[in-house]
Write a protein that binds this ligand. Structure first.
Ligand code: MG
Length: 386
């Protein structure tokens, strides 16, 4: 059975705060939407994945999904229902038997849940839902009114799964009617919708506090901790500035290199690559390749971070030490931390930059060049031996 996951990520997510739509906000350095896609990609039942996005978010989307194998994104409509219909229309000719329609803001659908949903998919719809443990009361103006029987009440989650042609026909028939979700569309079109047990881990990120919950969840489920170290040297040459940890610093000399010679970002890139056993910066960006001549080294660091994300991992912490007599690093330290945190999408508290001299000894002591070393701590999913 060919199954497609249609991920709906076209909303504005205003309740979550922040200056980005919530699906693109980083959780431990990885955009929320990418966490969701990683979880779905880990499910063997899912043949392909397509994402419905907002027309204004194309650049954010491309950056968030870099390196992931996905169907082309679909531009959504004014409502979630319209976005789903447009997504289904775009997949109509692809011959999928079934579709799992999923909220982009539910980043942790467990594999066991997807298996349970797919196993039960037949002629009607299947939705995951959970009962209520708390008792329910109506209230009016802050005064408690009568109790509500919770026995027949459920909290509905996604993905909601349907036979492809049937749910597309239902969406076409009911286009423009304001229905709460796809199960409501299916039901209104006369399809039978059945419930399977949902999962508490499959929560939706809506409020700012949900980001903290998501962060805790990731830390609990990325227990395979790896450490990598990197070292780099560039020699001084003619010039009037250097690039150090992504920050331009005026100096009486420049640093010689094929790229921008940012010794700090090179050491850090190697540390991250080392932690995931992905060789070194020279293998990914050969120094003889004209594409990298004068290249800004943030690209190398971004690439290393994208490889970590491709493993379902997160960068827990990075620590860079600059070794030189001059320039003085301390006036630029805060800018360097902010720059690295920005490139990696990390909270600055997870980034350290420090400096030392070598007391006039050795090549750095003779002011012939600058050295840098770095350590990166990466957390990968426990049990993933890739
Ligand atoms: Mg280098």
């Amino acid at each position: 059975m060919a199954l497609v996951a249609l991920v709906v990520a076209a909303g504005r997510g205003l309740r979550a705060g922040g200056d980005l739509p919530k699906q693109y906000q980083p959780i431990l350095g990885v955009p929320l939407l990418r966490h969701t896609l990683n979880a779905l990609r880990a499910c063997p039942e899912i043949t392909a994945i397509a994402v419905v996005i907002h027309a204004a978010d194309r650049a954010l989307y491309e950056k968030a999904v870099a390196g992931l194998e996905l169907l082309p994104p679909v531009i959504g409509g004014a409502t979630r229902q319209e976005s789903v219909r447009l997504g289904l229309e775009s997949l109509d000719a692809a011959g999928f038997d079934g579709v799992l329609i999923h909220d982009g803001a539910r980043p942790f659908p467990p594999r066991s849940l997807i298996a349970r949903i797919v196993e039960n998919l037949a002629t009607g719809g299947i939705i995951p839902a959970l009962g209520l443990a708390d008792s329910l009361r109506r209230a009016e103006n802050g005064r408690m009114a009568e109790a509500v029987d919770r026995e027949h009440l459920y909290r509905v989650q996604t993905p909601q799964a349907f036979p492809f042609e049937a749910i597309l026909a239902a969406h076409r028939k009911l286009a423009g009617q304001a229905l709460t979700d796809d199960s409501a569309v299916a039901q209104a079109a006369g399809m039978e919708v059945r419930i399977v047990t949902g999962d508490e881990d499959n929560f939706k990120v809506t409020e700012p506090a949900d980001f903290q919950r998501a962060e805790r969840h990731i830390l609990m489920t990325r227990g395979d901790i790896r450490t990598g170290q990197g070292f780099d040297v560039h020699r001084f040459g003619p010039g009037d500035h250097i690039m150090l940890c992504g920050v331009k610093i005026p100096h009486a000399q420049g640093l010689v290199g094929h790229s921008d010679a940012d010794v700090g970002l090179h050491a850090l890139t190697d540390a991250i690559l080392g932690a995931i056993g992905a060789a070194d910066i020279g293998q990914h960006f050969p120094p003889g390749d004209p594409r990298w001549k004068g290249a800004s080294s943030d690209r190398f660091l971004e690439h290393a971070a994208s490889l970590v994300a491709a493993h379902g991992g997160i960068i827990a912490h990075v620590d860079v030490t600059i070794i030189c007599e001059a320039p003085k690093v301390s006036p630029h330290r805060a800018a360097m931390v902010a720059r690295i945190a920005g490139i990696l999408g990390l909270n600055p508290s997870r980034v350290s930059v420090k400096a030392t001299t070598t007391e006039g000894l050795g090549f750095t002591g003779r002011r012939e060049g600058i050295a840098a070393q770095a350590v990166a701590t990466i957390r990968l999913p426990a049990g993933d031996n890739s």
